[in-house]
Design a protein around this ligand. Structure first.
Ligand SMILES: Cc1cc2nc3c(=O)[nH]c(=O)nc-3n(C[C@H](O)[C@H](O)[C@H](O)COP(=O)(O)OP(=O)(O)OC[C@H]3O[C@@H](n4cnc5c(N)ncnc54)[C@H](O)[C@@H]3O)c2cc1C
Length: 399
């Protein structure tokens, strides 16, 4: 694959750089680059800026408001955003439920939901996992029983990322009875989080933050018109959504940016007469991860090329998910190693808005341990890496 940039691509890169320089708020960039806590308002502010520019929906087809960018343009965009410290676009609306709606939803659903997702007027969350259904997702128990033109939903969803911010949740629910095969008993419902009978309770993660939640449904009445596609076909739509999710988890551009920060931290860290970056053992670890990252980058480019027409990524997205998360976690480990003692104190306040105390140690060291612990999640969510290996065996290798 040739990734030398053409004249047009170089000028696109300049356009992106100029846009980021002018429009990316400095406070958001500082927070992103230093791993500080982001509020809902931070994400929404940035996504609205992107929308104004017409650059919110990088992967959507043009007819629904997508950018129509080539794979190379998307690659340039991701890299420039990572270097500049642009916040992540929250995936649940833009990258997960939207492709399901524009692919399987009816005209009315497209008109009703897509414009608000594009403009970031509505925050979505994902209601797939349950206390006893994670890897074995098809065994989920949340029930949706038909009552006239409504479903009555009962059950519990868990690990719901940023569900406390959400206006809507997309859910997998069981519409078929116990005699129906699991995969044919599941439907895909869009549910308003303000509906009576929904409650959300926090799960605090190891780094002290509220990121995930449990969501309880107690006789929640959901109009049948909120079902995507056919009853009992939700499993098919759910799997397509997961391939989009897994491609997004690779985060190659972010790992490249983090690797740059790691090298700077190592160069500033004294080791014997020189710096940690001169230490051959540590430098070898950096080279190893850099090579992994380069190989991953080419794999991601191939995947981007195959989805350039807006179609869903194939099961190869599992490869991106495994390698992307492994590389990111390796970088996290090396950060802790480079930060050494400075990764030990946990000053939670220093990640909160308004903190004006002295950081303990060099800037990026302070976040090394919380980030290491928090990012253990990456090899679990979106389907654990073990499950991705099973998918590769079956769907890619045909074993
Ligand atoms: C931080 C975080 C955020 C999340 N956000 C969301 C969200 O927003 N929405 C949502 O719906 N879900 C979310 N999840 C849930 C996530 O998708 C599940 O945690 C994941 O699918 C694993 O399910 P489980 O936790 O029930 O683990 P289990 O399925 O109980 O697995 C436990 C262990 O057994 C292994 N295992 C299980 N089955 C097999 C097998 N057949 N072969 C080999 N190994 C196996 C797994 O790899 C894992 O190591 C999130 C999870 C985390 C940690």
């Amino acid at each position: 694959m040739n990734i030398d940039l053409t004249e047009e691509e170089l000028s696109f890169r300049e356009e992106v750089r100029a846009f980021l320089k002018e429009k990316l708020p400095a406070d958001l960039s500082r927070k992103t680059l230093n791993g500080l806590h982001m509020e809902k308002e931070d994400y929404v502010r940035w996504q609205k800026i992107l929308h104004e520019q017409g650059w919110a929906a990088v992967n959507w087809p043009v007819e629904h408001g997508g950018t129509g960018w080539t794979p190379t343009q998307k690659y340039i965009w991701a890299n420039e955003c990572a270097v500049a410290g642009a916040p992540d676009v929250i995936p649940f609306g833009m990258k997960m439920v939207a492709p399901v709606i524009y692919t399987y939803g009816n005209e009315e659903q497209k008109q009703r939901f897509l414009p608000d997702i594009l403009a970031s007027n509505v925050w979505w969350c994902q209601g797939y996992s349950e206390p006893n259904a994670g890897s074995d997702l098809a065994s989920l128990k949340t029930s949706a029983v038909r009552d006239g033109d409504h479903y009555v939903v009962n059950g519990t969803k868990t690990w719901t990322t940023l569900g406390h911010y959400a206006d809507w949740i997309f859910c997998l629910v069981r519409t078929g009875g116990p005699d129906v095969k699991n995969q044919e008993a599941i439907s895909f419902l869009l549910i308003d989080m303000n509906d009576p009978g929904i409650s959300v309770s926090p799960i605090i993660t190891l780094d002290g933050h509220r990121e995930v939640n449990e969501v309880f449904f107690d006789n929640v009445r959901v109009p049948v018109e909120n079902r995507i596609g056919e009853e009992g076909k939700g499993w098919t739509y759910a799997k397509v959504l997961l391939t989009h999710e897994r491609t997004g988890i690779a985060r190659v551009a972010n790992s490249k940016q983090r690797l740059g920060q790691l090298k700077r931290l190592a160069a500033e860290t004294a080791d014997g007469a020189g710096s940690l970056l001169d230490n051959l053992a540590f430098a070898q670890k950096i080279v190893d991860v850099e090579l992994e990252l380069l190989a991953l980058e080419y794999t991601e480019l191939r995947a981007l090329a195959s989805v350039s027409t807006g179609k869903a990524p194939g099961p190869e997205s599992s490869i991106l998910k495994i390698k992307g998360t492994e590389v990111a976690q390796l970088i996290d480990e090396l950060f802790v190693e480079a930060a050494g003692n400075y990764s030990m104190p946990f000053v939670k306040d220093q990640f909160a808005p308004g903190f004006d105390g002295e950081p303990v140690g060099p800037g990026t060291a302070a976040n090394a341990a919380p980030r290491y612990f928090n990012n253990r999640k990456a090899s679990i969510y979106g389907g654990s890496n073990e499950i991705q290996k099973n998918i590769i065996c079956k769907a890619v290798l045909g074993l």
